[in-house]
Design a protein around this ligand. Structure first.
Ligand code: NAD
Length: 479
């Protein structure tokens, strides 16, 4: 058992004032391996007060000086990347090689991208040549409550914390209680980088506790949240009484439109992408729509990919798939696989129960359904497990209609050799992101969604803007 972690408040490690113990479970073994305290109102109040005290000084720190501290944080993070990968792997079940290649470096990449974006960012700008005495000042929103999930822990923490720091905000981070240890390590890094006390504070807790207390707190100016649509709605309602700004990054049900002229790796790539991180990504391409003439071949390819996919514990090296994060997620995924069968989808690979050879750990069989219709539960609900739904389409028009027929709007994908068609389809998809022909979005590209997928944009210039107020000043001297 790892030692119980203190909170990081006002630049010091400090014992929780209130709250109960919570066990952190290794999803590969179902054994508890660490304990944290879930904070209470007194802890939240102390952390918010520390952030409030630090705000005027950090806001007035010139952007170049803020960036200098972020550069030190970059170096510290880089030097402890292997440790970060090991912690993430243990707490949320990502296989160690995947944690080293994707989970931990995602955090480093965001630190780098925000430093680059902040260097070029015009925190003060003229309104335009027609109004030479007008100035636009981009000012930090204030004290921010940052609430993050467990699936890409450092990706999501750095997307919020680094952007808020660069903008001049101060903050209280409440990471997911299911995967809190990566954030404790991150707080050690922040401490080593030498931020002024109170700029960054960490309190552990759950949604009904610290999460709700931050959302309701009169001294918190903004909540930035990533997680379920359910919690996003609850936070928005709680935050309404204090009129704080609420930035939401919620779930998704991405469509992957595979046209008959797609490259020959498109279906394999899409299936592997759906299973990456054991399907626990909000931008996973979980609905594969395939043009009718290529449909049966696509189903066969996806079946072969799923059947070849190895499953194994997080601490084993290699390119296998790990467990899902928790008993609750395991039960939810099992229920949805059963619903797929009950509602008449064709089970092509995988299915209910653990993969052969496992009787412990939250391991799920890589599962493919064909002949899914868009009204089935597995096509509508975010499963957050390794479950792919394939459905045929006849025309481009129909494919776009199916893709858009969802409450979500995070990421959609298009596979086609026809550039004009790709661009046409990209314009009509109602989602915050469209990725085509397997090309990842560039560094600093904004991440975020429409509709029930949320309202914020994280990463790069847009990520910093989310933490800024726009102040318009006239009569500016010395123009
Ligand atoms: P969740 O939304 O319950 O938790 C995410 C974070 O919000 C955690 O830190 C949690 O403590 C906090 N939280 C929960 N309820 C809250 C409330 N009422 N007020 C304030 N904070 C609250 O997500 P989860 O339980 O970790 O996962 C459940 C589902 O959420 C998943 O099945 C998946 O569909 C979705 N999810 C989406 C993403 C994403 O990136 N979009 C990430 C994780 C989970």
């Amino acid at each position: 058992m790892l030692e119980k972690r203190d909170f990081y408040i006002g630049g010091e490690w400090t014992a929780p004032a209130a709250g109960s113990d919570f066990e952190v479970i290794d999803p590969s073994t179902e054994d508890a391996f660490a304990v944290i305290s879930l904070g209470g109102q007194a802890d939240t109040d102390r952390a918010v007060a520390a952030a409030r005290d630090a705000f005027p000084g950090w806001m007035e720190t010139p952007p170049a000086d803020r960036i200098a501290v972020l550069e030190r944080l970059y170096d510290v993070y880089k030097s402890r990347m292997d440790e970060m990968a090991a912690v993430i792997s243990r707490e949320m079940g990502a296989p160690i090689d995947m944690a080293k290649a994707q989970q931990a470096p995602a955090g480093l990449g965001h630190i780098k991208n925000f430093i680059r974006a902040a260097r070029d960012f015009a925190f003060e700008r003229p309104l335009g040549p027609h109004a030479p005495d007008d100035r636009i000042l981009m000012e930090p929103v204030g004290v921010c409550g940052l609430i993050t999930p467990w699936n890409w822990p450092m990706n999501q923490v750095t997307l919020k914390v680094i952007a808020a720091m660069a903008a001049g905000c101060t903050m209280v981070l409440k990471p997911s209680e299911i995967a809190p240890l990566s954030s404790a390590l991150f707080a050690e890094m922040v401490d080593a980088a030498g931020f002024p006390p109170g700029v960054f504070n960490l309190v552990n807790g759950d949604g009904p506790g610290v999460g709700t207390q931050l959302s309701a707190h009169p001294d918190v100016d903004m909540i930035s949240f990533t997680g379920s649509t359910r919690a996003g709605i609850a936070i928005s309602k709680t935050a309404a009484d204090t009129l704080k700004r609420v930035h939401l990054e919620l779930g998704g049900k991405g469509a992957n439109l595979v046209f008959a002229d797609a490259d020959e790796k498109a279906v394999k790539r899409g299936t592997l992408h759906c299973f990456n991180n054991t399907g626990q990504s909000c931008n996973a391409p979980t609905r594969m729509l395939v043009e009718a003439s290529a449909y049966e071949q696509a189903v066969e390819t996806a079946r072969a990919v799923a059947e070849k996919m190895a499953v194994g514990p997080a601490d084993a090296e290699g390119r296998h798939m790990g467990p899902v994060v928790s008993q609750a997620q395991f039960d939810k995924v099992q229920d949805l696989i059963q619903k797929g069968i009950d509602e008449g989808a064709r089970l092509v690979a995988g299915g209910p129960g653990r993969p052969e050879g496992f009787n412990r750990g939250w391991f799920v069989r890589p599962t493919v359904f064909a002949d899914v219709t868009n009204d089935m539960t597995i096509a509508r609900e975010e499963i957050f497990g390794p479950v792919l739904s394939i459905m045929p389409f006849e025309t481009e028009e129909e494919a776009i209609a199916i893709a858009n027929d969802t409450p979500y709007g995070l990421t959609n994908y298009v596979q086609s050799a026809d550039a004009a068609r790709r661009n046409r389809v990209a314009r009509r998809l109602r989602s915050g992101m469209v990725e085509m022909n397997g090309q990842p979005r560039g560094a600093g590209s904004p991440f975020g969604g429409m509709k029930a997928s949320g309202n914020g944009r994280e990463g790069g210039v847009w990520g910093i803007e989310d933490f800024l107020e726009v102040k318009a000043v006239s009569g500016w001297g010395g123009a």
